[in-house]
Design a protein around this ligand. Structure first.
Ligand SMILES: NC(=O)c1ccc[n+]([C@@H]2O[C@H](COP(=O)([O-])OP(=O)(O)OC[C@H]3O[C@@H](n4cnc5c(N)ncnc54)[C@H](O)[C@@H]3O)[C@@H](O)[C@H]2O)c1
Length: 397
């Protein structure tokens, strides 16, 4: 089989993490031929890492236009800062270069429409690389939802709860895009880790769709308090005014009647969680306590205290493990983030090489990314409801 020559644009934290992982070495037929970052120190860092840790020696570039060249690559991975994703993706699609785009929310709905229309016109393969759709627990839950274990799903919760205070400060201390976003915007800026798996469970774009959204933001005090403790002598950090609220709560209403709540919680001390909860007519799942509660769980139903169910997820693992994960565990986990990266990047390579439809396509990306811009508007209007565009133009039905 012809080799798939891959170009990687963006070598910050995520790009370097991919270089260190096995997503460029574990897949037969996949060859990393070009890497690019417009910040020279991160380009040099990646070159060093790939050479010493992986014995890989791709061509290097500082201008992404030079990578988007069909004589050089057969597919591109866009792992840059959020605001650059869509413009680079559109450029690549226009050139007929398949795109794997890392996750983000959108700044502007028109840009998302442009992405959708470019894909519709060019039909160049496009995949949104939401690795959490391939999480072991997320896929197990999807399997259970599809098998009807939850009955009819009525509501789901999810969150991106991740103390990012140190990383946000890095925007000034080293070089990271999150800084500008936290200073200038106030929105659900990272919805897809939890929303992607939920959207798959609720068949969004396949008989269901997001209709409306409301978002409300708390005040913004976490960043300044952190900076006072950690960087009291840093003038830029100390004088920064943050627009981004510490916690943003978003509620989405779906055409099928389901509701979804999302919580962005990134500037206060806390443990990491994607906080997935699935509420159906026959079962409930809570990710934080790793627990299922089933209709007819007589043992606990009468009790206020449901400790017998606490931490019972693994009891159901064998029965409901998703086939993708059964095979993955049998054949050996690849990539980072507990194996999710190997699955999502592997799926992208597989689809490009074999001409399959992408499992997370441009319409998924559009609906999920739209949350960020809609939430920004909703917050600015005091929690006003916002209407989702139908990026499928009716095809969701
Ligand atoms: N799926 C995951 O689990 C996961 C985890 C972390 C980050 N991410 C995503 O990966 C992306 C990058 O995140 P990060 O934390 O590495 O950010 P980062 O700021 O550390 O890295 C972004 C890099 O892109 C480079 N860049 C920006 N514009 C460019 C351009 N036009 N040409 C070339 N290089 C350019 C910057 O110089 C920077 O080095 C984001 O979209 C983020 O959401 C995903």
């Amino acid at each position: 089989m012809k080799k798939l020559r891959v170009g990687l644009i963006g070598l910050g934290g995520r790009g370097l993490g991919l270089c260190k992982s096995t997503v460029f070495t574990d897949f037969e037929g996949v060859e990393l031929v070009a890497i690019c970052d417009n910040y020279q120190p991160w380009l040099d860092r990646a070159v060093e890492c790939l050479a010493t840790e992986k014995d890989l020696h791709p061509k290097t570039f500082t201008d992404h236009h030079d990578v988007l060249n069909k004589d050089l690559i057969d597919a591109v991975l866009i792992v840059t800062s959020w605001e650059t994703h869509i413009p680079i993706a559109i450029e690549a699609l226009e050139l007929g270069i398949p795109v794997g785009m890392e996750i983000c929310g959108c700044y502007d709905l028109q840009q998302v429409w442009d992405l959708v229309h470019t894909w519709e016109r060019t039909k160049t393969p496009f995949m949104f690389l939401e690795n959490c759709c391939y999480g072991q627990n997320e896929l197990m839950l999807l399997n259970m939802v599809r098998q009807g274990v939850f009955g009819e799903v009525s509501h789901c919760d999810g969150c991106y709860a991740h103390d990012l205070r140190r990383e946000i400060c890095k925007g000034v201390l080293t070089h990271h895009y999150r800084w500008g976003n936290y200073v200038n915007r106030n929105c659900e800026n990272y919805p897809t880790h939890e929303l992607g798996p939920i959207a798959k469970m609720l068949n969004i774009n396949h008989g269901n769709r997001f209709l409306t959204l409301t978002s409300t933001s708390s005040k913004s005090v976490g960043m300044h308090e952190y900076i006072k403790q950690k960087h009291p002598d840093h003038e830029v950090l100390m004088n920064a005014k943050f627009n981004q609220g510490d916690v943003v709560i978003t509620t989405i209403k779906c055409a099928g009647g389901e509701t979804i709540t999302l919580k962005l919680d990134t500037t206060l001390p806390r443990f990491y969680s994607r906080g997935l909860e699935v509420h159906g007519t026959k079962a409930y799942y809570n990710d934080v306590c790793k627990s299922f509660f089933f209709e007819g769980d007589e043992e606990v139903e009468e009790m206020w205290d449901w400790q017998p169910n606490w931490d019972n997820r693994e009891k159901y693992r064998e029965q409901y493990e998703h086939p993708i994960w059964k095979e993955y565990l049998a054949n050996g986990i690849k990539g980072g983030h507990g194996g999710m990266d190997g699955l999502v990047y592997g799926a992208f390579y597989d689809c490009v090489m074999n001409g399959y439809d992408m499992p997370i396509n441009v319409y998924d990306a559009a609906a999920w990314m739209a949350v960020t811009n809609l939430s920004e508007q909703s917050i600015a209007l005091g929690g006003a409801p916002m209407v989702f565009p139908d990026f499928t133009s009716g095809a969701w039905k």
